[in-house]
Design a protein around this ligand. Sequence first.
Ligand code: AMP
Length: 355
Amino acid sequence: MLKPGATIGILGGGQLARMMALAAAPLGLKCHIYAPQGDNPAFDVAAAVTEADYDDEAALQRFAAAVDVITYEFENVPARTAEVLAAIRPVHPNPHALAVTQDRLTEKSFIRDLGLPVPDFRAIDSLDDLKAAAAAMGGFGVLKTRRFGYDGKGQAMIRPETDLGAAWEKVGQAPSILESFVPFDRECSVIAARSANGDSVAYELCENEHRHHILARTTLPAAVPAALGHEAMAIGEKIAAALDYVGVIAVELFVAGDRLLVNEIAPRVHNSGHWTIEGAETSQFENHIRAVAGWPLGITRRRGRIMMDNLVGDEADRWEALLKEPGVHLHLYGKAESRPGRKMGHVTRLLPENG
Ligand code: AMP
């Protein structure tokens, strides 16, 4: 268990690390951010920074020796980086959780083996595999690279008329999976947190809308039956326990009729949990910090109806008008350059429960 005044090392310098560091400060904890050269908005709010590449082992060792515990804001932390750090300081969530969630085939197999519902999927290593799997799934599916996919990148929709050769080219002929197409009604996610002593909490299920494959809006409560909401929360906690996880984890789910299907796991704080900063008793960032510090978790109760909108690209230029709206909570990430598709900030609105 860390003492107040201790330092948490965070890999990654983006908005998630920034909001973690902002949550650590009121708890009397410091953050040291490690990130490669670039636009690192988390540097602005950190007690210490290291600007170095993730394969710079000397820099990683110095960083690890300077902090008390290490966490990260992104799941693609190279295995070797995690190994170098874990030899010196505890790394939370543990490197095994990283390895499981970095590869869609390992991840989906792990979820299925826990007895949890996932779309049907098959490993694809060649065009012939793709042809056979597409035929077995009735011609419909989603081809996804096993590694390094995010926000719809490294994916191709498969329909009966799709040129499978072109789809295989589109994913770069990289090891992939073909997943059955889910005609979902809604996309939802659940954020859970687990502490070092195995206690866990989950936030209520939230509903997510995407534009151009990027999260646009999160709302709560999700328009799903209460039983499904509870099932989703239990799924989040079950996955966290199975990974012997310490920290915050996000589980993205499809709601199709009265069924939930797990889409993917993010072993980190998540964009669909930003509403918790003002919308829950304890934010996902604070609970993540508490967990990695070895501290007890805070309660997750929601405060009213919630709408969180991402400010993507030039949407953040509306900041002044947004500030004039009473009760709006504006977050700008302090990024040096706005680009189309870049997450520049978010706004959260809390509405009366029965309004
Ligand atoms: P992912 O990167 O796996 O989260 O997928 C990005 C988006 O593609 C999801 O948010 C869905 O809108 C869509 N998608 C992914 N997998 C499926 C599926 N099996 N069936 C239907 N739509 C999907």
